[in-house]
Design a protein around this ligand. Structure first.
Ligand code: NIG
Ligand code: FE
Length: 424
């Protein structure tokens, strides 16, 4: 860790994302980015010690500037490090042949029900060695970092058996120790009913509850639990049992809800007090209202909707009804093989009519809330971790407007310069 203080000055637009109250930003507050023009940050031992204008910090730290690494941001935009709160980034193999099949007219669920989809990745993940999975996932994490992501959530769920589920989670644990990106792990044994349990769905639900959750807890491998609640995958009733069992064991619930068919997943999320509900492509007004009342965060995944050729989630109605919205890549080999949160921000604007300001909130502060990390990351405030990005643009509006380009200039994690655009 860099022990010298770091002084970043001459930030054209500093989007602090400072929250005016605890908890995720909702409604109009999603547009409040806590902007500071000609901003500046003073960083001490990996944490933010002061935030203000360049003039203010220059005065306040006049006596100490000589001992600091001084960085000139050149009038660029600085935001908190992006947070990706929903990924499946540890997996074996690839599925480009399914992509072609879908372009020819086969649906995602047709491919999965015929034994492909999640099942095919599960087979490749089971066959992969720990080191093989680790190395592939590490390369992906490096790419995430180069796209401005400093914290990521990762799910298991490509295990056709307990052993493979544990292997995925152990890979995430090992990467969390070695890689600069922080990784928050989610157990998702209920992602698909493994082929070996075909026709015995109930028996698999019991296995998840009675064998898998205890094994995950015993090794302390996860903080969240997630279920693919979907027609022909896990029913509302099965999802409720699994999530409640996880909750009783100490895991925080999340749920893949109403992605392909509206089954009432959003209402279930509200009923059980899930931290977030994911996808929500088909969720109607009643589900949105239930989420607003229960304070469930909507984690929206526009790249997945684009990749599957589906209509995006109704983000506008969610924001207008008071649901806090986060966005994510959903990085996975089947429905969203991307590592680009900048692209996802562009898509949130273009496909879901979220404003550039709402989108930045959804990719930083609200994303941190979706993984219960808002106390330490997601905004640039005194005492928080010094995770931030300098962009090759002058404003957050320009970031969302010049779409399809990675505008990252430099990335700092805990005050360390990890992606260095100054030498180019
Ligand atoms: O979030 N919907 C379920 N799970 C993933 C896709 C997993 C896969 O196709 O490999 C998702 O879209
Ligand atoms: Fe997902």
């Amino acid at each position: 860790m860099n022990r010298r203080p770091v002084w970043i000055q001459n930030i054209g637009e500093l989007a602090t994302l400072k929250a005016s109250q605890p908890g995720p930003k909702k409604g109009a507050e999603m547009s409040n980015l806590g902007l500071i023009e000609n901003g500046s940050l003073w960083i001490e031992k990996g944490r933010i010690e002061a935030v203000g204008t360049t003039v203010q910090l220059k005065q306040a730290y006049a006596a100490r500037i000589e001992e600091a690494d001084v960085i000139d941001a050149g009038g660029g935009l600085v935001t908190p490090g992006l947070v990706d709160p929903h990924t499946h980034f540890v997996y074996g193999g690839s599925r480009e042949e399914e992509f072609e099949k879908r372009l020819q007219g086969f649906t995602y669920m047709e491919i999965m029900n015929a034994g492909g989809g999640i099942h095919s990745t599960a087979e490749k993940t089971a066959a992969a060695s720990f080191n093989g999975l680790y190395n592939e996932a590490r390369v992906r994490l490096d790419l995430f970092l180069r796209h401005g992501v400093t914290t990521i959530e990762g799910k298991s769920g490509y295990g056709p058996n307990l052993e493979t589920e544990l292997k995925q989670l152990r890979v995430m644990q090992a990467l969390n120790e070695k890689h600069p990106i922080d990784i928050i792990s989610t157990f998702m044994g209920a992602h698909a009913v493994p082929k070996s349990y075909a026709g015995q769905e109930e028996r698999y639900v019991e296995t998840v509850i009675n064998e898998m959750i205890p094994a995950v807890m015993e090794e302390g491998l996860a903080e969240f639990i997630d279920v693919f609640c979907e027609k022909d995958v896990f029913s509302i009733e099965q999802s409720r049992r699994i999530l409640m069992a996880g909750k009783a064991a100490g895991l925080l619930p999340k749920i893949h809800a109403d992605e392909i068919v509206a089954t009432g997943g959003a209402e279930l999320a509200a009923e059980i007090g899930a931290v977030s509900a994911e996808h929500l492509l088909k969720t109607g007004p009643a589900g949105i209202k239930a989420m607003a009342e229960a304070g469930v965060i909507a984690c929206l995944l526009p790249a997945t909707a684009l990749f599957l050729g589906e209509e995006p989630a109704d983000a506008r109605r969610m924001i207008d009804l008071g649901v806090a919205v986060a966005i994510s890549t959903d990085c996975n080999p089947g429905s969203s093989p991307t590592v680009s949160m900048p692209l996802v921000m562009n898509l949130a604007c273009l496909m879901m009519k979220m404003t550039p300001a709402e989108t930045l909130t959804a990719a930083t502060y609200n994303a941190a809330c979706a993984i219960s990390r808002e106390d330490s990351i997601g905004s640039l405030e005194e005492g928080k971790q010094a995770d931030f990005v300098l962009w090759n643009v002058r404003s957050y509006r320009e970031l969302q407007y010049r779409f399809g380009v990675n505008h990252v200039h430099s990335v700092w994690k805990r005050g360390e310069l990890l992606v260095n655009g100054f030498n180019q």
